[in-house]
Design a protein around this ligand. Structure first.
Ligand code: PLP
Length: 402
């Protein structure tokens, strides 16, 4: 059989993605190799997922060890890795209860359903409204895509679930107008990732907390992208000093193995009585064993401090490159979630820049048409970071020169 090729994507797969021209076949640390053996520096991290790089020996060992023991039971029986992971997550965060699933979208679906159900139990069906923010991204299920604040993702998929209001991000006045006694929950990303790596003003998240408290609404932090160490804290809420009622986490939690989790308090979780929600694969032993190893690594001395060190270096160097070539209007973000907004002369050309980088051996991401996004592994070797930046400098020069 001939090796699969990029043309097979167009031939056999649904056309809802536009993958790059290369097919990586192997990865180690922050480097990957394609079918032709060409090497790339990975500054994309599988969209903020491979938090510890590719083929991390500790994660590979955890997966192999579990693979030899037990793969799947479903939730008719519980399993040791799930129990150990749930316990660890509660030790490390505000939460007392954990629900496992397989992705960020599913974690948010669970969070939104729980918020509705909790409000229903406490106050009846009138209290069902969800307040979300314009530009947010919460997943691709119909409920999460409707809650997300980007119309392009709901177009043509109606009728959509109702009872959802959208307010501008980072605008407490609008939030105060929308949040009322009918609000069961407010869902927000501590940093909006997909729509451009946008951090809110200091005080915004605390302001939402106050509004939620005033109206007995739950505050949901979608930390699917900001969580699992991405910002230099285990979860971004810890830096913000604002504790949510429900937190969703996925992406980096599994370091590349699919897992999602919804974290909450004992009181709120009590609404998810037997039979109200579930997942066949959620909490499966393989995923939980890997995530447990990820948490061990993330909480090992020095790892998160290393994120801040790398972030400072990356941000400074990106600002220098941006200014040198007049390419970036702004470099923003927290930790190793960084967005470089293109200067207005290059509006709409972020994808082109990303492709030019790939052609020169650097994998990067975009966040909307105007923002180059970088989300490397949290332990990326400094030499790899420097090599990626040197290439970016050269690509930026040629890009600007036309
Ligand atoms: N929430 C946020 C903030 C995200 O960035 C994403 C994915 O990009 C999701 C939810 C959806 O996660 P998944 O693709 O794992 O369903």
């Amino acid at each position: 059989m001939t090796a699969p090729s990029r043309a097979d994507f167009d031939r056999y797969m649904t056309p809802n993605y536009a993958p790059g021209s290369i097919i990586p076949v192997r990865g180690r640390g922050s480097r990957v190799w394609d079918q032709d053996g060409r090497e790339y520096i990975d500054l994309a991290g599988g969209i903020a997922v491979t938090s510890l790089g590719h083929a991390h020996p500790r994660l590979v060992a955890a997966l192999k060890e579990q693979a030899d023991k037990l793969w799947h039971l479903s939730n008719v029986l519980t399993n040791e890795p799930a129990l150990a992971l749930a316990r660890r997550l509660t030790e490390l965060t505000f939460a007392q209860r954990v629900f496992f699933c397989n992705s960020g979208g599913e974690a948010n679906e669970a969070a939104l359903k729980l918020a509705r159900r909790f409000a229903y139990d406490q106050a009846g069906s009138e209290k069902h409204e969800i307040v979300s923010t314009v530009g947010s991204f919460h997943g691709r299920t119909l409920f999460t895509v409707s809650t997300g604040g980007q119309e392009k993702y709901t177009q043509g998929f109606g009728p959509l679930p109702g009872g959802i209001r959208h307010v501008p991000y980072d605008d407490l006045t609008s939030a105060a107008e929308a949040i009322c006694e009918r609000t069961c929950a407010v869902i927000v990303e501590p940093i909006q990732g997909e729509s451009g790596v946008r951090s809110p003003s200091p005080g915004y998240l605390a302001g939402l907390r106050n509004l939620c408290d005033r109206h007995q609404s739950l505050l949901i932090f979608d930390e699917v992208q900001t969580g699992a160490g991405r910002t230099g804290e285990l979860y971004a809420y810890m830096r913000a000093g604002v504790v949510p009622d429900i937190l969703t986490t996925a992406k980096g939690l599994g370091g590349g193995f699919p897992i999602g989790a919804m974290l909450t308090t004992e009181a709120i979780a009590s609404s998810l009585v037997v039979g109200t929600h579930g997942s066949t694969f959620g909490g499966n032993p393989l995923a939980c064993a890997v995530a447990l190893a990820v948490l061990d690594e993330l909480t090992a001395p020095g790892l998160l401090a290393g994120v801040s060190e790398r972030a400072t270096r990356l941000q400074q160097e990106l600002e220098t490159i941006g200014a040198r070539h007049q390419l970036f209007a702004e470099v923003r973000g927290q930790g190793l979630l960084i967005g470089c907004e293109l200067h207005k002369n290059f509006a709409g050309r972020a994808r082109e820049l990303m492709q030019a980088l790939q052609a020169e051996g650097v994998l990067a991401l975009i966040a909307g048409p105007d923002v180059l996004r970088l989300a490397p592994s949290l332990n990326i070797p400094l030499a790899d970071l420097d090599q990626g930046l040197t290439t970016l400098d050269r690509v930026a020069r040629d890009f600007v020169a036309g």
